[in-house]
Design a protein around this ligand. Structure first.
Ligand code: ZN
Ligand code: ZN
Ligand code: FE
Length: 751
């Protein structure tokens, strides 16, 4: 007896060796039929012995290639067709609605072994790849994912490559970027000593302290010797990037473990196919140049993820700074000609290749805490993986926030987040926003019927969304943070949302950022906040923590201990008279104020610097938290005045940032717990969603979660989507989709 099934597999199943896997499995079980890529994903027509068909279906879910992501398997019975063989059919182009393009994947062990094998025909070839690894999203211009629709279309396969490409049993069967030194992409060196070994020349230049711009998977890196202080300081000066930490790439896991403390889960992130930058505790004896990550006890570390990196790092045999190849405020450079211009003033030499990049991608950044990998910057290796949106409705484009911009496209209950694009203040970043938006819209066939944007009237992202001329939904910043957390956790009920970050526009025209919301996807009620203080200087306030320290001291009725100047006198007068100031309830700015009072820093060269240094300086102690009372009322208020008074007292007796940081973090967690208890008593809600950039702070997140769980709350945190502004587009998309589904667009902002 025989039976026949038509099986449709949804998910990331194209370009990840799924059809060869199906072929091998079917042949091994003696089954007949065919497999092909189609609109719905991969379709399999299979017939044979019923028990073998059952085994085949089980294997589809359990044995799929590691890089595939099976979201669902549908099957239906069909009349016997009398297939005689099992065949892999050509992709059927056309509808591509549910096909997913895979993120770019780090070089696999099998390819690296071949690259290092002198007898292999791809020995030392820096663009070796297979169905398990290599470029994907960064080179795809359209779906279905086939070579002519990638930037590999320019390279005609040589005979041996073509033979591998069509052989179903070969591990490069239909590996679209398949290549070798005879037919594939090549390296070229600019500004390096001539010769036929560009990698060797680059290594010699790096040893001499040069800065080399290196074209990678998703764009250019600027590389230099991470142990050479002069080289790293030169890179900082030329890039005009004064303090923001540089990522470091190590030649091997063991070399990395000499420089940083790595636990099993961090090792898993480092060595995963996504190969992100992982923030790790730096060892004091790391031997890195001081300018790599000044003021921080952490190090952004990663391992080589392209064959070219592997060659470069193993020949250099030491750690290299690998920072995104861009000028300050510009997107990562991805095109050879543009990079030669943009990075010319920074780099001493270039290592280029001729495989074009369609989608520029920065490296992703993750931190492991509370048992999960938490994505802080989501780009290469993660994008364009889709996420369930949890709500269905018409297609939506959500523009995200202005800082750390990421946008979101949603359709049929599925969301795709763009890669991290940067600060939309820069004109080039705005252009890149539009280009990536159009690319992803085509790739995922999303036809937005409405846009969602931040409530902020001056946001570039809002303008870029409104320019599309579609019905618009304005979403409050912190509501979007909480909605993002709900969506990521697959939740849809009303929760206590704690949204703490640097700044977001409030509907009352003030700057919010230490918010307690009772929220779901339909709307929110502001239930609590930090007691506002007057912020002088607008955007300058985020760069000059002393302004907030001064404001908090004035509010607490205590003298500000900082050095006085005509400028500080003027600011103090503005604060006292509340002229040219904006009230802010921002938690991020409270971090800045305390960091300044603790003597850490009064001027920042990047947003969040003071807060990060306070977190880094904090010691593990057994001291009572600072007093941080929660004043009960219609709107709860966390009153920082007693806290500031205690910080000032500790600062006077030179307690140091280690002590101040400890008591401060503990006070925040205790106040959040107390506020949530009051809100639970009032609302009956027992679930707390934590979001906003402050919850990238491990110490704050860990203490808050511990206290809330102890108090019987269920706590939701973000992990695969950033808590920071890189995550809010997901929340905006869900809120707008819900509103569209309810037919309520055009009735003003969602409040
Ligand atoms: Zn491979
Ligand atoms: Zn070839
Ligand atoms: Fe935010």
């Amino acid at each position: 007896m025989r039976c026949r099934r038509i099986v449709v597999v949804h998910g990331t199943v194209q370009g990840v060796g799924f059809r060869p896997f199906v072929y091998r499995t079917a042949v091994a079980l003696g089954l007949k039929g065919a497999v092909w890529n189609e609109s719905g994903g991969v379709v399999i027509d299979v017939e044979g012995d019923p028990s073998a068909v059952q085994a085949f279906l089980r294997e589809l879910g359990d044995g799929a290639p590691a890089v595939a992501r099976v979201e669902s398997i549908e099957q239906s019975e069909s009349e016997l067709a009398g297939h005689q063989t099992f065949a892999i059919l050509e992709s059927r182009p056309g509808a591509t609605q549910h096909a997913r393009v895979s993120p770019d994947l780090a070089a696999c062990p099998a390819c690296l072994a071949e690259m290092n094998d002198p007898a292999d025909r791809r020995n030392r070839y820096p663009f070796i790849n297979c169905t398990d690894c290599g470029p994907r999203y960064s080179i795809v211009s359209e779906l279905p994912y086939d070579r002519p629709r990638t930037t590999m279309a320019n390279f005609a396969m040589c005979r041996p490559c073509a033979a591998e490409y069509v052989e179903p049993s070969h591990r490069r069967y239909h590996a679209q970027p398949i290549a070798c030194s005879d037919c594939g992409p090549r390296l070229t060196a600019v500004g390096l000593d001539s010769g036929d070994d560009p990698v060797g020349s680059a290594v010699r230049a790096l040893r001499r302290g040069a800065i080399v711009a290196l074209k990678g998977l998703g764009g250019f890196h600027l590389a230099c010797d991470a142990t050479d202080e002069a080289a790293v300081a030169t890179l900082r000066r030329r890039k005009e990037r004064w303090d923001k930490p540089f990522a470091v790439m190590f030649p091997s896991l063991s070399a990395l473990e000499h420089a940083a403390v790595v636990d099993d889960s961090e090792r898993a992130s480092l060595t995963s196919r996504r190969a992100p930058i992982v923030l790790l505790k730096r060892r004091p004896e790391a031997g890195l140049a001081p300018s790599v990550a000044p003021g921080l006890d952490e190090l952004g570390a990663m391992l080589p993820y392209t064959p070219l990196h592997h060659r470069l790092l193993s020949e250099f045999s030491g750690p290299l700074v690998m920072t995104s190849g861009n000028r300050s405020e510009e997107p990562i450079a991805w095109d050879n000609q543009l990079a030669l211009g943009a990075l010319g003033p920074i780099a001493d030499a270039f290592l280029l290749h001729d495989r074009d990049i369609v989608a520029p991608l920065d490296d992703s950044v993750v931190r492991r805490f509370l048992g999960r990998e938490r994505v802080l910057r989501r780009a290469r290796g993660y994008v364009p993986e889709t996420l369930p949106l949890g709500v269905t409705g018409p297609d939506v484009f959500a523009a995200g926030a202005d800082l750390k911009n990421v946008f979101c496209l949603a359709r049929d209950g599925t969301a795709v987040l763009s890669q991290h694009l940067g600060d939309l203040e820069g004109l080039e970043v705005q252009r890149s926003f539009e280009r990536v938006r159009d690319h992803l819209r085509r790739l995922f066939d999303v036809r937005p019927r409405a846009v969602a944007h931040d409530l902020h009237p001056d946001y570039h992202s809002a303008r870029l969304a409104l320019d599309l001329g579609l019905p618009a939904v304005a979403v409050q910043h912190h509501h979007a943070h909480i909605a993002s957390c709900l969506v990521e956790n697959g939740r849809d009920e009303r929760v206590i949302g704690v949204a703490w970050d640097g700044a977001g526009f409030g509907p009352d025209g003030t700057v919010w950022g230490g918010e307690f919301l009772l929220a779901d996807l339909d709307g929110f009620e502001r239930a609590g906040r930090l007691r506002p203080v007057p912020m002088a200087g607008g955007d300058l306030a985020a760069r000059e923590p002393w302004r907030l320290a001064l404001a908090h001291a004035v509010e607490a009725g205590l003298p500000w201990p900082g050095a006085r100047s005509p400028k500080t006198e003027a600011v103090e007068a503005m604060i006292r008279k509340r002229v040219l100031t904006t009230p802010t309830s921002s938690a991020g700015r409270l971090f800045d104020a305390v960091a300044s009072l603790a003597g850490l820093r009064d001027a920042c060269s990047y947003e969040g610097q003071a807060a990060m240094e306070l977190e880094a300086a904090t010691l593990e102690l057994d001291l009572p938290p600072y007093p941080f009372p929660v004043i009960d009322g219609t709107l709860l208020e966390l009153d920082a005045r007693p806290l500031i008074a205690a910080v000032l007292a500790d600062a006077r007796r030179d307690a140091g940032p280690g002590v101040i940081g400890w008591r401060f973090h503990a006070a925040l967690a205790a106040a959040i717990e107390q506020a949530c208890r009051l809100l639970r008593a009032r609302s009956g809600l027992g679930t707390v969603a934590l979001s906003g950039g402050c919850f990238h702070n491990v110490r704050l997140a860990a203490q808050t979660v511990a206290r809330l769980e102890c108090a019987g709350f269920e706590v939701l945190l973000q992990a695969s989507v950033p808590s920071g502004d890189g995550g809010i587009a997901l929340g905006q998309a869900a809120i707008a989709t819900r509103r569209l589904a309810r037919g309520a667009v055009g009735r003003g902002p969602v409040l």
